[in-house]
Each structure stands twice: as C-alpha cells, then as structure tokens.
Design a protein around this ligand. Structure first.
Ligand SMILES: [Zn+2]
Ligand SMILES: [Zn+2]
Length: 262
C-alpha cells in the first residue's frame, strides 16, 4: 500500500510543532538532531524489535519457524483473526510507553505509528482492512488522562496509510478496575460487557483493523472482537506497538509492574 501524501498544511503544522517542542528520543529522552527521527542511534540499535518467527495468531515471538502458534494461542481460543506487534513490551520501550501514557508524552506517538505502519505495510494488501478502530477508553478515564492513546495512534496510522478511522463505532460503557494485577480469567471477567458497538455504523464493513498500544493476554482484544463479530464484522485483525513475550513474562509482570513504574 502506498503511503498517503501528507498535505502542505499538515507539514507546516508539524514543522512549527518541531520548532516549539524539539523532538526527543522516545527511549532516553535526549534531544534529537535534525536527521534523527524519534529515536537516537544508540537507542535505535537496542529497540526490542520483533524480527524472528512470530505466532500466526497474535504476533508474539515464537521459538522457531516450526512453531505456528505461541503457547498462549495453543491453549486459548481467541475471537480475533490475526494480529501483529512491532516490539516486545520490554526494556526501554516499555518505559517509553509508560511515559507516553502516564506523563503525557503524546509526542512519541508519531514515531510509534510510523513503526507500526512499517510492520503493517507488507500485510495490509492481504488483510485489506476497510477501517481502523481504536480500543476505546471510558470517557472518565479519557478526561483524566486527556487523551486515548489508541485513538491518537489510529489517527496517525490513518494519516500514513489513508485507511479511515471509525472512532465511535466501539465505545467503552464501564469504568473497569485496573487490569494489571489480574490474571487471564479475571481480566476476561472484568472486561465482559464493557464495550458496546454501534451496529448502524458497523454494518457496512466486513474487515476491521483494531489499533492499540499494548497486547498482554489478548483479553481486551477478544472483548472488542466479540462485540464486532456480533455486529456482523467478518474479519478482525489488530496492530499493536508492543506485545508481551509470553506466559513467563506475564507472570513476572504481575508481580513487578507497579513497583517498577510508580
Ligand atoms: Zn535514546
Ligand atoms: Zn499467539
């Protein structure tokens, strides 16, 4: 798919933003020179990019080409059809995502989106999504944070690919307790019924690409996919910036996530 041409007005606005807020590295926050884009060369060399074989279902890294599915997807049935991730949710990238969400670093999002589009490019002609749908955030949480990062990511991806964003077709009806400390079953239960879809808006589409920042157990993605399938969507793909490495990392995350970053 050819990248959409960026309008002159859009470019001028971005140049103006660059002058007002000089770009910083998304990982170490060092001020960037004119040629670097989003990430300084040192950090770029250490990004936890997923390069090897991945799970055919959820995009998590797997041990070898012979392994079609990750341990998680072999054990649990997901509602979505297929998804991809750019990075593993580890190291500097994980801290970067934390700052993006909790410290208002929205300026990282264009870099994240560009990386996602780069990974999506070879796949999009096969998936052919008609629209992008961001994972919704409850309005109270959005008001508190000031933005829904999934929505901003989807808008950036849309700007680069020309695939439109369908913003209000899926919305969050319930403010859930924090998912971080919950296991798989509790996450799924906690999320059950918390999204609702607008059948009126969705009925004209058959293939959708869900956009989010982080994939952990897939519970959020499955909940969204459940609602979309019920609304008649035939194929549901997703793209995320980062994904958990697998069961072992998830078990570690449960115990250390909050201590590390709060
Ligand atoms: Zn850096
Ligand atoms: Zn998988």
């Amino acid at each position: 798919m050819i990248l959409k041409a960026i309008s002159v007005g859009d470019r001028t606005l971005r140049l103006f933003q660059k002058l007002l807020y000089p770009p910083r590295c998304v990982c170490c926050d060092v001020l960037l020179g004119g040629l670097e884009d989003g990430c300084c060369p040192e950090c770029a060399a250490n990004l936890p990019r997923i390069l090897g074989p991945v799970c055919m279902k959820c995009g998590k890294p797997v041990g070898s080409d012979e392994e079609e599915y990750c341990e998680d997807c072999r054990q649990y049935r997901h509602t979505f059809d297929r998804g991809i991730a750019v990075f593993t949710y580890t190291g500097s990238l994980r801290q970067s995502v934390y700052r993006m969400k909790r410290q208002n670093r929205r300026d990282y999002l264009p870099f994240y989106a560009k990386e996602m589009v780069h990974t999506l490019q070879p796949i999009l002609s096969g998936w052919r999504p008609e629209v992008l749908i961001p994972i919704p955030m409850h309005r109270r949480k959005k008001r508190r944070r000031g933005y829904n990062q999934a929505e901003l990511l989807a808008e950036e991806i849309s700007r680069l690919t020309g695939i439109p964003v369908l913003k209000d077709a899926l919305h969050c009806t319930r403010l859930n307790s924090d998912q971080k400390m919950l296991g798989r079953k509790e996450r799924r239960k906690n999320l059950k019924g918390s999204f609702a879809g607008s059948e009126e808006q969705l009925k004209q589409f058959t293939r959708i690409l869900i956009v989010d920042d982080v994939y952990t157990t897939g519970s959020t993605m499955d909940e969204a996919a459940d609602v979309l399938k019920q609304a008649g969507i035939k194929q549901i793909f997703f793209a995320v910036l980062c994904t958990g490495k697998g069961k072992r990392q998830y078990a570690q995350e449960k115990s250390c996530d909050i201590i590390n970053f709060k």
